[in-house]
Write a protein that binds this ligand. Structure first.
Ligand code: SF4
Ligand code: SF4
Length: 102
């Protein structure tokens, strides 16, 4: 897997925490932070803006870091999926900036 070592979580708005996190047997996450999809998957719940409800929005970090799900532990900082979701979020931010015509 190619890793971009210049990418750092400390300079990211927790972009990967907008992805669907499917919980695995052995994950130990408070039930109140989870939900079930229509297809019956047990997943981390997300807020109206799409972020996992376990995100500490003041610090933009995981509030359950020590017991975060296995899928989150495996996510590689600077890896292909990380770079892709960061680019998606950057696009979204760019679209949300209103254009001002003078
Ligand atoms: S793993 Fe990647 S997308 Fe997730 S917080 Fe870190 S830099 Fe951002
Ligand atoms: S559990 Fe933590 S690391 Fe995983 S998506 Fe939610 S906030 Fe991010």
């Amino acid at each position: 897997m190619s890793i971009d070592r210049t990418v750092q979580c400390s300079a990211c708005d927790a972009a990967c925490c907008r992805l669907t996190v499917v919980l695995m047997p052995g994950d130990n996450v408070p039930e109140r932070l989870t939900t079930h999809t229509d297809a019956g998957l047990h997943v981390m719940d997300r807020d109206e803006d799409g972020w996992c409800v376990a995100v500490d929005s003041a610090r933009m970090c995981c509030s359950i870091y020590e017991t975060r799900p296995a899928i989150c532990r495996k996510f590689a900082m600077g890896g292909p999926a990380c770079r892709e979701i960061r680019a998606d979020l950057a696009d979204r931010y760019a679209r949300e900036i209103p254009l001002t015509l003078s």
